[in-house]
Design a protein around this ligand. Sequence first.
Ligand code: GCU
Length: 416
Amino acid sequence: MRRTILGVFAVVCFAVSPALLSAQEKFVPNYDEAKVPAYTLPDPLVMQDGTKVTTSDVWEKSRRPELVELFAREMFGPVPANSGKLTWSVLEEDEKALEGTAHRIQIELKPDGDGGDRRFELLLYIPNQVKGPVPVFINFNFLGNHTVHPDPAIHVATWRSRDPKTGEAVVLTSEIARGDRIRRFPIEVILKRGYALATVHYQAVYPDDAKAVKIPEGSEAGAISHWAWGYSRVTDVLSQLPKIDREKIVFLGHSRLGKTALWAGANDPRAAIVISNDSGCGGASLARRQYGETVGRINDAFPHWFCGNYKKYGNDVNQLPFDAHELLSLTAPRPVYVASATEDQWADPKGEFLALLNANPVYQLYGLEGIRETEQPAPEKPISAHNGYHLRVGKHDLLEYDWVRYLDFADGYFKK
Ligand code: GCU
């Protein structure tokens, strides 16, 4: 295979940016459970004014909106509104793609409104063996649609980024990376199980560039809110396609996109299931544990992901008016699934599990059993009741092992 400089550069550039390295050098993460400080989690069922929430009705009318408002104001910034005008057109399709097993569609989206004049491409595979509308996973990708599968028809992504050495803005396009990320998108497995897959290159929606994206003080939306906006615009389109079951749309994301999926699902009731894969700090893991990546560190390294107000909490995380269990509880009564990996200590697997456990009281308001276990399960012993959790053996990644758990979980819920 011929390697172009840009092809190699695209991958390296994503793996280690110099800003990340210098911040990581100064920051020493705690990986010792004995050094986790004592903390008290905010009670999801107590309003800011001290009123107790005892019914799902009060949760939905008062406490849930209060929490969404707090997360928007103090952490992510609000998800940009959409004028409702969304222009989209099919750029390419093949009803006999992947050896006849799938209908591939590449769609250009041009949303109007606060999203500005952005344009991005959605890549969609729908299984052919199923009659009638199918459920769909939306999972954005990191390096371009053409990296998710070697299928030669997938359009090659082009995006703006920075040369890690000079810091100069460059345009990246990389044919060589075609199919490079297939391990994160086992499309044939997904299709065989009767699910469609929808993916978008996240940087086509909004740049992931701390130098280009300046976040002012206050609550203006950070990048995560913009990416969440992207999940909703994709949902707008999928909801109009007769081959897609609009009641069965799953929001899934890995890492920074796991944080995104949680926030997107909190804001968009059309997400039927929300899945966080290794989302860590700013996603599913409890900030107050300060294990692995902390709020201070994430604000230093990725200031553009969150709104300006979030910076206030870097030095005193206990002042945060919420924690990750409440972000997870915003999915209720819809199921939420959290996954961790044993070697992903940076994301604090135990903190991810504990957040899910502490979201249980909100599900109980609906008579639903979130998860039953109170101890983090052993590696590769997935658990599920209404919600689900697993700890995969291995590194920070999204692999077929994870996907199979998500497919099983979605089957259990959708096919009830
Ligand atoms: C960094 C960051 C994490 C993030 C991850 C990713 O490691 O510190 O918070 O989840 O990048 O998105 O890959």
